[in-house]
Design a protein around this ligand. Structure first.
Ligand code: FAD
Length: 237
């Protein structure tokens, strides 16, 4: 279950099985100039299924969003072995989906009732924050003429179905990269500066404190990098 099934570079999507490792996927599609954007720090070993299950983000979510923003369709298997396909669905197709005597149909019946019964609670209590990644995206069910069920289930941690295939959106790989280092004496100063730095529209911001630097120094690969741009042993207060 770790294969790349199909890539369409023109339409910028790729179909994959869930066991494919994120970095391996991006390596396989490298020549297309495209990439699957979510880049959690575990990307050299974590897989697409895990990113879909956790709604993983990564350092560059400022630009490309979370996994939920980078998925088109998801297929999988329900607890009784039936197959299910989650995608953008119109209200009329939703009515059709609820008309059968199957587990899939009963799931759609339940989902249809959620906005009817809980719209106010969802609108009032779902936090409007950039990195809300845990659990079902109930707000996707509210006020929509089309309901994107793929977006609804991302982050649901395998609690509804096992994903067997996903159609993922791809973005253009940046042609150039640049890194700016800003040194601070105190963590609070670094936090304050984030607001100003965000105005320059960076693709990522990371705080690197002495704990990270010291850990990096114990790793052969990273210690060379750390020693190439850090003098001495600075400590963030
Ligand atoms: C050290 C560390 C650093 C991290 N750094 C980041 C980070 O920088 N950014 C970030 O966003 N997140 C980060 N995370 C969390 C991140 O989301 C996960 O590390 C990673 O994306 C999960 O992938 P995995 O392959 O390990 O999945 P797993 O941990 O194996 O699975 C994650 C969830 O997905 C479900 N799942 C897996 N496969 C399927 C499937 N086929 N069908 C249905 N459900 C499935 C599992 O049941 C589980 O609930 C970090 C976690 C750790 C431990």
């Amino acid at each position: 279950m770790h294969k790349l099934i199909e890539i369409n570079a023109e339409e910028k999507w790729v179909s994959v099985q869930p066991g494919i490792v994120l970095d391996e996927l991006n390596q396989l599609i490298y020549n297309s100039g495209l990439m699957f954007a979510p880049d959690p720090s575990t990307s050299n070993r974590s897989n697409v299924g895990g990113a879909l299950g956790n709604n993983s983000c990564g350092a560059h979510s400022l630009v490309w969003g979370k996994t939920v923003d980078n998925v088109q369709d998801i297929s999988g298997v329900l607890s009784n072995g039936d197959q299910i396909h989650f995608t953008n669905t119109s209200k009329s197709s939703l009515v059709e989906k609820t008309n059968k005597n199957t587990l899939e149909s009963s799931i759609y019946k339940t989902l249809k009732k959620i906005p009817e019964n809980y719209e106010k609670d969802i609108l009032e209590n779902f936090p409007d924050i950039q990195r809300r990644v845990s659990g079902y995206n109930l707000d996707e069910l509210i006020h929509k003429s089309q309901v994107d069920f793929a977006r609804f289930v991302i982050g649901s941690e395998g609690t509804l179905f096992s994903i067997s295939e996903a159609k993922l959106k791809l973005v253009e790989r940046p042609k150039h990269k640049a890194l700016t280092l800003i040194f601070f004496k105190q963590l609070s100063e670094a936090m304050e500066a984030t607001k100003v730095v965000l105005e320059t529209m960076p693709s990522a911001i990371e705080v690197i404190d002495d704990m990270i630097l010291n850990n990096a120094r114990t790793n052969l690969q990273y210690s060379r990098l750390v020693n190439s741009f850090i003098d001495g042993n600075p400590k963030l207060c």
